[in-house]
Structure formats: C-alpha cells, structure tokens
Design a binder for this molecule. Structure first.
Ligand SMILES: *Cc1c(COP(=O)(O)O)cnc(C)c1O
Length: 402
C-alpha cells in the first residue's frame, strides 16, 4: 500500500528522506528565527492583507486563466487547454510572487538588507524590484560567466539600485553564486535576509517559497471551477528549482483525480551529459543546504547542468519534488532544447503569446505526447513567464541549427 501523502515537511524540514538543514552551525539560529517569524506572519492579518495588497496593486494578481482555443483545436483530441498567465505579472514571470513576499517578510524580521543569488538574472531583477518597493538594500551574487551572458538583466539590476557581485569560483554560474550568497548571509546574518529564489535550500525555504507561490494554484482552482465547473484532468508546469510548479501543484496534491506532470529540461538529450534532467538522471546528494536529487559525476561531484533556458539550468531540484516523485504523486518528464523551441513557436503562432523558454518546455512536451493524454482532457498549463528575455537565444539557436 502507498504511504499517505504528506503535505508538509516534518519539524526538521524533511519531505520523506529529502530536505533538511545541511548548513554550518552559525546559520542554524538564522534559520530558526526565519521559520518562527514565517510561521507567525503567515497567520498574521496585517501581513496577509499587506501581501495581498502588493500582489494585487503592484504585481498584477490575480492573473487570468485563458482558454487557448486555437491550441486546443490544433491537437484534434477534444482537449480544452487553459493557460495560467503568470507571464503577465510585473517583471514578466512568477518570481515576483516570492520576492515581494520575502521582501515584506524582511521588514518583519527587522532587517534592512537582502542578498540573493541569480543565474540568468531573472530572480536578481525580481529581488532588486521588491527591494525598491520596500526600501531595502540589495546585493545580488551572479557568476562571472552569467554576467557576460546576461548583460541586459545586469543593467536592469543596476538601474534598480542593486549591487551585482561577480563570482569567479567554480563554473562561475548559478551554483557558485548560491554558495557565495549563503557565505554572505553567514557573515551578515544580523542585518541581512537571504532571499532565495526557488523551493530549494535548507528548511524552511522549500516550504516557505512553495507557500508564497501557491497563490498560482489557488487562483487556478477557483478559475477552473468558474470556467468548467470542475477540476482539471491534467495540470502541467516546467521544473527548474521547482517553484512555479510547486506553486501550481500544491493546491491539487490531494485531488487524486488530477494528474500532475512536471517537465524538466532534457537539453541535448538524456543520454548526453548536456541536460538538466535531475528527476530522470539525478542521485541523492546534498547541495545548498538540502538533501535532494542531484546531477553528479562518478565521483559524486556536481555535474554542470545544461539547458537552452537559463531558468531550468540547475543541477538539483526542490526536495518536495523529489518526495512527490518517490510518492508517485507527480510524473516528471523531460523535453529537449529542440522540442522546447518548437513549443515556443507553436504557442506564438497559434495564440499570439510568446512564452519564456522555461514554460516552452511544457508546450514542447505536449507536441510529442498529446496522444498519450486521454481525449477530451481539460488541461491546465502554467505559463511561468514571457519570452522577450529569450528572443536572442532562440534566434542564435536557430541560426546554428539550420
Ligand atoms: C526562473 C524561472 C523558472 C524556473 O524556476 P522554478 O523555480 O522551477 O519555477 C521557470 N520559468 C520562468 C519564466 C523563470 O523565470
């Protein structure tokens, strides 16, 4: 018999065998303080109304759930496909849900400074934006390699008054930037909140970021009820660290009739080393303060992840996803770079909506696998962000492929 599905971690932050707090002693106090404050504010009327105020008036919630009729017809299977438009939020993606909430929390912690890590710069820009909203100083760690590749986001962060600190260690990318952000936090924990960008890291981050993103699923459930009078049959989202997908799935976890599918980055293929398919190819390991699945080489060293989409390019995944895979509640599938680019074009041509490369993976997956889903399914797809940031990458990719 299947063990009962747990919706929350235990008191030490374990989702099954995953999660936990693998941090230096000096950080334990800060994590405890963060957890206590978080548990207090999430029931606090003032915090809840403030958060809802900024999500509504500043970020643009609720986001529409749009029935994509052209896309639905395209598959000739009597699907009804509904798209959750997180791409319409301020700064263009779901990340702002979390950064506004944590920046507000920073005030409740009595702190004046945030540090954040960023890969492509999306979380850095969302953090710098929320820092302006709440008058916090903001330092963003970013790999030197990524700074080269993401000049526009670096410029945006600077315009927003954030300091972008280059990281020269390791592969000079997100993994190393995260290490440096944690190091900064250890040193400045009295004054500084670490604004982590996904459902990863030590407890309570995976739980807290999930809760802050779960507004996506709550709205979707209500909107589906209005539009169809029932629950969807299938809910899909892309998985990098796993925050937009956890935010979408969480509300549906106990609705066992709803099939949940997470799509991760298959890069150049699962039988190459150039992918970010942690669920398919990862092993249990510890990184950034959590136990989770992790892409590793034969010596257990972290393998460099690859994806055409910078947001999915992370060698691990949130511990709750690893748990939900083990529990058999969520199916995890992969979509290659090439299929994701096809997915991008499909949505653009049929609906006039340009998706970011991350959620393009869901559409790419659907192109190949529509036949596996029952005819007449009602399908919800989380469109986590808009594509403007990726147009250069797509153009370059296509000039190479041809
Ligand atoms: C960062 C990002 C992602 C990946 O992060 P998750 O934590 O897995 O959601 C997905 N989509 C967009 C648009 C992003 O910016």
């Amino acid at each position: 018999m299947k063990p009962k599905l747990k919706l929350n971690p235990d008191t030490h932050g374990h989702f099954g065998i995953y999660g936990g707090q693998f941090v230096p002693e000096t950080l334990m106090k800060a994590l405890r303080e963060l957890e206590e404050t978080y548990r207090r504010v999430r029931r606090d009327k003032k915090f809840k109304s403030d958060l809802s105020h900024y999500l509504t008036t500043y970020a643009g919630r609720p986001t529409p759930l749009y029935e994509a009729e052209n896309l639905s017809k395209h598959f000739r299977r009597n699907f009804r496909i509904f798209i959750k438009r997180e791409d319409l939020l301020h700064t263009g993606a779901h990340k702002i849900n979390n950064t506004i909430a944590q920046a507000l929390l920073t005030r409740y912690l009595g702190k004046k400074r945030i540090v954040a890590e960023t890969g492509a710069g999306q979380h850095g820009v969302a953090s710098a934006t929320a820092a302006r909203l709440f008058n916090l100083s903001c330092d963003v760690y970013m790999g030197a390699e990524d700074i080269e590749r993401q000049a526009l986001n670096v410029y945006k962060m600077k315009l927003l008054g954030a300091r972008v600190i280059p990281v020269y260690s390791g592969s000079k990318t997100l993994k190393d930037a995260t290490n440096e952000a944690i190091r900064d936090w250890v040193t400045n924990v009295e004054t500084t909140h670490y604004l982590l960008g996904s459902v990863v890291g030590p407890h309570p981050y995976p739980m807290m970021v999930r809760d802050f993103q779960s507004v996506i699923g709550r709205e979707t459930k209500q909107q589906m009820r209005k539009l169809t009078g029932s629950l969807p049959d299938v809910v899909m989202a892309c998985v990098g660290g796993g925050s937009n997908s956890m935010g979408m799935f969480y509300e549906f976890l106990k609705d066992f009739s709803v099939r949940l599918i997470g799509v991760e980055a298959g890069g150049e293929g699962l039988n190459t080393h150039r992918h970010a398919a942690t669920m398919a190819k990862g092993f249990v390991g510890v990184l950034h303060g959590m136990k989770s699945l992790l892409l590793q080489d034969a010596n257990g060293q972290v393998q460099i992840a690859h994806s055409i989409s910078a947001g999915l390019d992370y060698p691990s995944v949130g511990p709750e996803h690893a748990y939900l895979k083990m529990a058999g509640r969520v199916d995890y599938e992969a979509c290659t770079d090439k299929e994701a680019v096809q997915g991008f074009h499909l949505l653009t041509k049929l609906e006039g909506i340009m998706p970011a490369m991350e959620p393009s993976h869901v559409f790419g997956y659907l192109i190949r696998n529509a036949k596996k889903l029952p005819r007449g399914s009602n399908i919800v797809i989380c469109l986590s962000g808009r594509g403007d940031k990726d147009l250069d990458i797509i153009r370059k990719y296509e000039s190479h492929v041809k």
